[in-house]
Design a binder for this molecule. Structure first.
Ligand code: FAD
Length: 412
């Protein structure tokens, strides 16, 4: 975690900047030698279904614009996708080489993960997340989902891919295998420069997904040591970048490490006589109002072991600073009112209630609701909720009660 939050943002920036500089130079040299670029686009390096001259313009524009955006970390995903496509097409159609495979893998990472915090995207992300500009919060939400679900899967794919390359390169020599058929898609040239025992052990562990972080860091260190003794290893810089990525992010969502961890947790849960902590047994927090304050509070508690109940009389969060724009008809009301429930759809410890709070009974640790308009936790669950009729003689018969701070939760 420490590596991920403290070191990775800067390592990621270096990788992004390195690739940006390289591809910007490609673009500049294509411009400077335009006749050669046209000839290459026509004869040796064609883009399928596109005329050579157009292909030359497109690839040069992608190199220059993509590199500039990548360096700034602005719209990083959209800059990485064309560069990924160009690298892939060249590898597939034209002369395959390992470095190009590494570029493809790194651009794939940026296409899924986007840029880290040291980037324009990182600066703008938080502000735009709450933006009333149509579609922008949706795009940011989609990017978030892609990062949280896609990155672990992609890390697993990279891990297995590198593992296969290392394993095959280690076995090929002793087994006399001909690897020509897979050479286009596996970085075997670079993998073969790794000492055989390290390639064999590292490759096997990578394929299985065992101790990925440690294996990646060990291989990374050995790569640096090796590059001092063997000058050929210095062009394995892109392999070093991918190893750094695995060293920081681990083996991803499909690995033996995770399976072992899940088994260990299941066994330890079985040994716990009290069983897993249910929402019933967690400390309760009730937040009144899904305004800026309420949402921030619920967001901060998203990963804390408490059961959160967020109550609002409306089912939306109102972005008040843009009320003037609605008043002047520059925006429609729907643009500044965001449904609150989807914001916590992926937070199982948070439930949202629609109702107007009329008071708080501190003695009974109870929040009083005028009327519970709609109830149900995230995904419709009513974790820990129970009916509590007839114990509130001093209240109006239609009142609803929420008991906070360790008591139970009830609504009449
Ligand atoms: C026109 C306008 C322009 C503004 N411009 C700016 C600006 O440019 N910059 C800036 O920093 N600030 C601005 N503000 C102020 C900013 O919007 C507020 O400071 C901020 O919204 C306060 O956040 P909050 O969470 O305390 O309350 P709110 O955002 O008002 O949220 C309160 C929530 O509680 C709910 N609620 C209230 N009572 C109950 C109840 N009894 N039961 C259940 N739910 C209840 C409401 O439905 C609401 O969702 C502006 C405000 C307005 C009105």
């Amino acid at each position: 975690m420490l590596l991920q939050s403290l070191l990775w943002p800067y390592v990621e920036w270096v990788i992004r900047f390195w690739l940006a500089k390289l591809f910007f130079m490609f673009g500049v040299s294509q411009l400077m030698h335009w006749q050669v670029t046209l000839a290459l686009a026509g004869n040796e390096n064609p883009i399928p279904f596109i005329a050579p001259a157009e292909a030359a313009y497109i690839s040069t524009a992608c190199d220059l614009a993509g590199a500039a955006l990548l360096a700034l970390g602005f719209m990083t995903r959209y800059a990485a996708i064309p560069l990924l496509a160009l690298s892939f097409i060249t590898q597939w159609q034209y002369e395959p080489f390992d470095t190009q495979l590494f570029w493809t893998a790194l651009f794939g990472w940026f296409a899924i993960n986007g840029a880290g915090p040291v980037s324009m995207d990182g600066l703008l992300r938080h502000g735009l997340e709450e933006s009333a500009i149509p579609l922008i919060p949706r795009i940011i939400g989609f990017s978030k989902q892609l990062r949280s679900r896609g990155s672990p899967l992609y890390a697993s794919m990279i891990r297995v891919w590198l593992g296969l390359a290392l394993l095959l390169s280690a076995l090929a020599g002793s087994m006399q295998w001909n690897l020509a058929s897979v050479a286009r898609w596996l970085p075997l040239d670079v993998a073969m420069r790794t000492p055989v025992p390290a390639a064999f052990l590292g490759g096997a562990l990578f394929v299985l997904g065992v101790g990925t972080r440690y294996v990646a860091i060990a291989l990374l260190l050995s790569l640096f040591v090796y590059s001092v003794t063997d000058p050929r290893a210095t062009d394995a810089i892109y392999l070093a970048m991918l190893l750094a990525m695995l060293g920081v992010h681990g083996g991803g969502s499909v690995s033996l490490d995770l399976a072992i961890d899940a088994l260990r947790r299941r066994l330890s849960r079985k040994q716990d006589p009290h069983g897993p902590p249910s929402a019933e047994r967690l400390p309760r927090v009730v937040i009144v109002g899904a305004g800026f304050g309420g949402l921030r509070c619920a967001e901060a508690l998203r990963h804390v072991r408490v059961s959160v109940t967020l109550i609002d009389r409306n089912n939306y969060h109102l972005f008040q600073p843009l009320l003037y724009q609605v008043a002047t008809a520059a925006l429609s009301p729907g643009d500044i009112a965001m449904p609150a429930r989807p914001m916590f759809r992926d937070a199982p410890n948070t439930r949202l209630l629609l109702g107007a709070v009329t008071g708080i009974d501190t003695k009974r640790q109870t929040v009083l609701l005028e009327k519970l308009l709609r109830e149900g936790g995230v995904g419709g669950a009513r974790t820990g909720a129970q009916r509590d009729r007839g114990r509130t003689g001093n209240q109006a018969p239609h009142s609803d009660r929420v008991r906070a701070g360790g008591g139970h939760f009830g609504c009449d």
